[in-house]
Write a protein that binds this ligand. Sequence first.
Ligand SMILES: *Cc1c(COP(=O)(O)O)cnc(C)c1O
Length: 378
Amino acid sequence: MSVKPASRVSRKARVPYNYLDRQYSRPDRIWKAMRELVRTGDFTLGAPVLEFERRLAEFVGARHCLGTNTGTSALILSLKGLGVGPGDEVITQPNTFYATVGAIVAVGARPVFVDVGEDYQIDVGQIEAAMTPKTKAIMPVHWTGFPVDLGPVMEIAGRRNLVVIEDACAAIGAGRSRRSVGTWGHASAFSFHPLKQLNAWGDGGAIVTEDERLIRWLKLYRNHGMTSRDEIEIWGLNERLQSIQAVVLLEMLGRLRADLARRMELADRVMRGLQDVPEIRIPRRDPGVVHAYQIFVVRASRRDGLLKHLAREGVEAKVHYPIPLHLQKAARPLGYKEGDFPMAEEQARDIVTLPLNQYLTNREVDAMVDAIRRFYRR
Ligand SMILES: *Cc1c(COP(=O)(O)O)cnc(C)c1O
């Protein structure tokens, strides 16, 4: 009896979505660094973790960085460390990955949604209307890897004495006017999941902050509250970034700028190729914006037909996501209904995520553009 190996890397796709097989076809430098780590046995909060935290803080332009086991725990620890808990409300958007809201619920707080704009980002103009006396925090998401200008959000938060936690899990390296995501909020969370731009061999995450008190609490809480082997100061958990993952991340961080530049180059190529196709709408990228394109999301007429057509043509497109969070079963206790967030709902019906990553060739991207043009007979 033969057992087919489970593989999430598709072999047949002409334009594949998943690029991990390409990225790690010859990870010689990582194996070398990994052998060194194994020789030292420095597996928990080892030298590579501390080195990675130092380098990531420098990369983002933040004072402090703390590695965590996932992006989700980076969000949870940020909320908890900034005092968000039961009875509090946290404002966020309904079109993000589940973990943004899962983290809010995990600390006992209540998520409050605000609709998004054409650019898929929280509509800052609607934030104040969603506030109540219980509002404690705002958690904007740099969704799709786009760097939201959080100046206006910080202004509202300052006036209302709220904390701001950036969900930058999808946006490492993104920025505007030379300012990186993660430098506006009181704390910011990053994810190093395999399909994020800076990716580990499994899970990883990080928090950056300027706040001395917060980073001290985070360091304790991440590691059982231990001040030494024999003493704890608070009850904590094990939320550590693995040394093994830090070894991979250190290697990848060195290439991140170049990888993001290539993503933007390919995004521009697709935009040029589709600019005369009115059925496809792509948010513009202003000069001075580094968009990290964790996902490349366009809006498409007859979306579901396009998806079928692309699948037949070997282009692995996806939808992030077809059901906005306020209409998920899990959100029923929050009492939202269809029509509450018209833009997020409209986008859920017509968005498509096209494959876009630094490993695609110009030729593959052109084949994708041609496939889309054929569908609309352009
Ligand atoms: C990936 C992601 C997360 C969760 O990160 P994990 O490392 O998978 O736990 C949270 N928020 C957003 C916006 C993400 O894209």
